[in-house]
Design a protein around this ligand. Structure first.
Ligand SMILES: Cc1cc2nc3c(=O)[nH]c(=O)nc-3n(C[C@H](O)[C@H](O)[C@H](O)COP(=O)(O)OP(=O)(O)OC[C@H]3O[C@@H](n4cnc5c(N)ncnc54)[C@H](O)[C@@H]3O)c2cc1C
Length: 567
């Protein structure tokens, strides 16, 4: 008897095969702007289906290791990473995945929409990056922080060009050392302290509990300046050179050893993101450079970084969902079950079609956050800043949850093969689970949304967008328009209640439900905007998303019928 070997689904080109991405770029950039981006996106897509897929598998198969001592007993704390991880690093630099929005040439071509192009790059790069997307996010956050006018120009000039270099030989990434074992969500409990040195630099002492990209050349660390008092607002961001090469205190130490005062205690043994070194790091009088005046409340400066990493998180979630869908669709066309190809089963098609609606929603939500970020950075648009205040946490929390539920379905859609490591499918689920945790859990972000609404009136720009979308939807579908109008009215009442009594127990207990409803309504509005521009896929996704997430209806039959248009 011949042994049956399953056909392997062919990887599709993630740029050519993603009509929503392409039409989104056409609308956001204009035809000429999109044409100017096509070369970059095509090059990256070609790498993704070729060398980066192989590099991803290599990095997953060879997780980082910590070498504490050299053969003669000297403490070296060296983190060894795989060839695949290094290939991801090189690709991130070469494809300007961090650099693009900072490059003069890109700002000249796309203006504020350079962030839209960057989002497209991340959408392609992230899912096959072995979570190098994490150092990419933190390097981008550090670059945004270093770009603030209150940062010392000498520090900026020394470090920013390295973070945004497109030359793999000079490009660096950054870690971000915020979480301590006393509390990650509650940074007010941080115990790391900073004291000034005579030369204007500082010395940091404390313990950092979760430091991803622990192999990066620098980190942004939060510390409490000596004498600053309690609470979180006074915490200040500092740049810590990770290696002796960049520390003036290093003396004759080998350049690739840790900077004096920086100790890598151990690497975390994590559920997922296995290629990414995440360490516990001790600081003892470690050399640090202040990012802004430490005498002024610094958490607000650190939030510049956090907003960037939150929108990257949304991009990673949406990108992973889209790639999971592509894998699952390819597999469904190759796999035969009772009755023929899996791809012809009405039930399987309905499952995938529903996931495609979620993937479309996550994409526009992440895409909108990047578009707003660009408008804030280029042109200091106050309307965009007001909207981004609420969109960043909403996009992060809603896409994070969707990514986990979708990844579970994608694994299941492969049957038993989806549970077997060397198919590469299980990591979809493992790697998705970090998305709702780091940079603010779902609940912590939901509380942030409440604060934004009650203290900064951040609900207003959202309600305005919803009201406009309800009007835009009328020619497309009266039912869709009516639902959006009704949800807008409902949310307007609810948000008014927040301002009246922001500490009500009912409100606090229901914060997650409210934040998700706001995010789902915003997503519907964004899909409608894209549909009104003329995108057929977005129109269908808007109708089905609205029925699924705002009216809580079963969309299986339509999802089955329209799977091909949806994804
Ligand atoms: C893979 C991975 C990589 C990471 N990398 C980094 C990194 O590079 N740098 C870094 O600084 N951190 C990093 N983190 C840490 C991460 O940001 C924190 O784990 C996260 O912010 C949660 O903090 P915590 O672990 O202290 O949990 P806690 O804050 O103790 O949260 C525990 C639970 O309490 C809930 N909770 C907390 N506060 C409230 C509240 N006020 N109301 C209601 N519920 C609440 C949370 O939702 C959660 O369910 C990483 C984490 C992971 C898993």
């Amino acid at each position: 008897m011949t042994r049956y070997v399953q056909p392997v689904p062919a990887p599709a080109d993630p740029y050519a095969g993603d009509p929503l991405l392409r039409s989104w770029l056409e609308r956001q950039l204009g035809a000429a702007g999109h044409a100017a981006a096509k070369g970059r996106l095509g090059d990256l897509a070609a790498d993704v289906v070729g060398p980066l897929r192989a590099a991803h598998a290599d990095a997953e198969a060879h997780p980082p290791t910590l070498v504490r001592y050299d053969p003669w007993g000297a403490r070296v704390d060296r983190i060894d990473t795989s060839a695949g991880w290094q290939a991801q690093r090189v690709a991130a630099a070469r494809h300007a995945v961090v650099a693009l929005p900072y490059l003069e040439s890109a700002r000249g071509t796309w203006g504020a929409a350079a962030r839209v192009v960057q989002h497209a790059l991340l959408h392609l790069y992230g899912p096959e990056s072995a979570t190098f997307s994490c150092p990419v996010a933190m390097a981008d956050g550090a670059a945004a922080l270093l770009s603030l006018p209150e940062v010392d120009p000498g520090v900026r000039d020394a470090w920013l060009p390295r973070l945004i270099s497109t030359d793999p030989a000079t490009a660096i990434t950054s870690g971000q050392w915020m979480t301590e074992s006393t509390g990650g969500s509650d940074v007010a409990r941080s115990t790391t302290t900073g004291r000034p040195a005579a030369d204007g630099s500082w010395r940091l002492t404390g313990e950092k509990w979760f430091c991803s990209a622990a192999d990066a050349v620098m980190a942004v660390a939060l510390a409490r300046p000596e004498g600053a008092g309690r609470g979180s607002r006074v915490l200040a961001p500092f740049l810590v050179p990770r290696y002796a090469a960049d520390s003036p205190l290093a003396g004759g130490a080998a350049p690739d050893t840790p900077a004096p005062g920086v100790t890598v205690h151990r690497l975390k043994d994590k559920l997922g993101t296995r290629a990414l070194p995440t360490a516990e790091i001790g600081l003892r009088d470690a050399y640090a450079l202040p990012l802004g005046d430490p005498a002024r409340p610094g958490l607000v400066r650190a939030m510049t970084l956090v907003v960037v990493t939150r929108v990257h998180n949304a991009a990673a979630a949406a990108g992973g969902m889209r790639r999971g869908l592509a894998y699952a669709r390819a597999y469904a066309s190759a796999r035969h079950v009772a009755g023929g190809a899996l791809a012809t089963s009405p039930l399987h098609r309905a499952t995938l079609g529903t996931l495609a609606v979620d993937a479309a929603g996550a994409f526009v939500l992440a895409g909108h956050a990047f578009a707003l970020l660009g408008r804030v950075e280029v042109g200091a648009d106050p309307d965009a800043a007001a909207e981004l205040r609420i969109v960043a946490p909403l996009a992060k929390l809603a896409t994070g949850r969707l990514a986990v539920s979708s990844a579970s379905e994608y694994v299941e859609s492969f049957g038993g093969a989806g549970y077997v490591e060397d198919t590469g499918v299980p990591r979809l689920l493992r790697d998705a689970q970090v998305l709702p945790i780091w940079e603010g859990t779902t609940n912590v972000l939901a509380l942030d949304v409440l604060r934004a609404v009650s203290r900064e009136d951040a609900g207003e720009p959202l309600l305005r967008r919803l009201a406009v979308a309800a009007e835009l939807a009328r020619p497309l579908s009266p039912a869709l328009a009516d639902t959006l109008a009704a949800v807008t009215a409902e949310l307007r009442d609810t948000l008014a209640g927040i301002t009246a009594d922001p500490q009500s127990v009912a409100l606090l207990a229901g914060a997650r439900g409210l934040a998700l409803r706001l995010a789902h309504a915003l997503t519907a509005a964004l899909l409608v905007e894209h549909a009104a521009w003329g995108d057929e896929q977005a129109e269908l996704a808007a109708r089905l998303w609205t029925r699924r997430w705002l009216r809580h209806e079963d969309i299986a039959e339509d999802a089955h019928h329209h799977l091909d248009l949806l994804g």
